[in-house]
Design a protein around this ligand. Structure first.
Ligand code: 8NA
Ligand code: MG
Ligand code: MG
Ligand code: MG
Length: 308
């Protein structure tokens, strides 16, 4: 029903922001102990989000402004991202993405700006995947979510590993939205669904590696097998795994992702989007949610996107 769909949409966006804000305290650490996570969850401080959520908000606002079914206006979206980067320099941006934004602000077309980094190959950072979750709310089907995710990713990430990661995460979030919380979660079916939307050999093998990682793995073991860094291929699989590990608990999925260390805000955010989409905002931990920066706007955007 409509209320349930709104709750899932809010869960998707709030889960993404919560994972980002909780993980941000630990970015770059090799592993994070449970007691440290407890401290952050229970402290009275505001939970401030980072670049991941800044760009997720830009994409969500862009989709709200769209005529239904009209896709993405790439140059406008690139400009929206670049203006947000310029307006909020203290949000923990990736090492090179500023070059792309600077070129867009100087008048370059998005496609040449995106190709301008890394000697013309473009970025395979996880920045396209970390912000992509809202596209799952407007795409009618999982393959369409993948296609829209791909297009939104290419706006800044010209390297195929970076843009395909956005397709994978968008399609995964769409599939998570269409599962029924409280019923058994079929991880194989989920991974088959993602693979069928994203038939790229690199990502097929990363999805198979995710499937083959023992479900009982600790966060450290999962990071060892799947990676936990700022590249797309080195982070999206771990986020998917954290969700497969705890499909019915956004809190545990995010904690698993963060405990694995490395790019904790971004991996926590992607895992939070997946588990939040399946379980809804009502399943998010209430204490941290009350302290989350921007929560009211995220919830509102969820409602707007859910009602199309
Ligand atoms: P990006 O395009 O700068 O990529 C991130 C990083 O990935 C780069 O700094 C490189 O180290 C590496 N990389 C990407 N493409 C290539 C390539 N073609 N060749 C060699 N190395 C490459 O930015 P982004 O927006 O994709 O990154 C998102 C990440 O940045 C998120 O974790 C986000 O939270 C933020 N962040 C990054 C760092 C960091 O140490 N780089 C720290 C805090 C936050
Ligand atoms: Mg960040
Ligand atoms: Mg569980
Ligand atoms: Mg990060």
């Amino acid at each position: 029903n409509a209320g349930d769909r709104r709750d899932r949409a809010a869960g998707l966006l709030l889960g993404a922001a919560l994972g980002d804000a909780l993980g941000a305290r630990f970015e770059g650490m090799s592993a994070v102990r449970a007691e440290r996570l407890d401290e952050v969850e229970t402290s009275g401080e505001e939970l401030r989000y980072t670049d991941d959520t800044v760009l997720t908000l830009v994409l969500a606002e862009h989709l709200v402004e769209q005529e239904p079914g009209s896709g993405i206006r790439s140059q406008d979206l690139a400009l929206g991202f670049a203006r947000a980067w310029r307006a909020e320099p203290g949000r923990g941006w990736g090492g090179s993405i500023g070059n792309v934004f600077r070129a867009v602000l100087a008048g370059s077309e998005w496609s040449s700006a995106a190709r301008s980094s890394f000697g013309g190959q473009g970025s395979y950072g996880n920045g396209a995947a970390m912000r992509v979750s809202p596209v799952a709310l407007v795409a009618p089907t999982a393959p369409e979510a993948a296609a829209l995710g791909q297009r939104s990713g290419e706006v800044t990430h010209a390297h195929p590993d970076g843009s395909h990661a956005a397709a994978v995460q968008a399609c995964a979030v769409h599939l998570a939205l269409s599962t029924t919380p409280g019923t058994a979660f079929d991880a194989d079916r989920f991974l088959d669904g993602v693979a069928s939307c994203c038939p790229d050999s690199r990502w097929i093998s990363l999805l198979e590696r995710t499937r083959a990682t023992p479900r009982s793995s600790s966060p450290g073991e999962a990071a060892e097998r799947l990676g936990n860094d700022v590249t797309a291929p080195g982070s999206v699989p771990l986020a998917l795994f954290a969700f497969l590990r705890h499909p019915d608990s956004p809190r545990e999925a995010v904690r698993f992702a963060i405990a694995a260390g490395g790019d904790t805000d971004t991996i926590g955010s992607m895992a939070g989007a997946l588990a939040g989409a399946r379980c809804g905002a009502t399943a998010l931990p209430p204490g941290p949610l009350r302290r989350l920066e921007g929560a009211a706007r995220l919830r509102e955007l969820g409602s707007l996107l859910a009602s199309g």
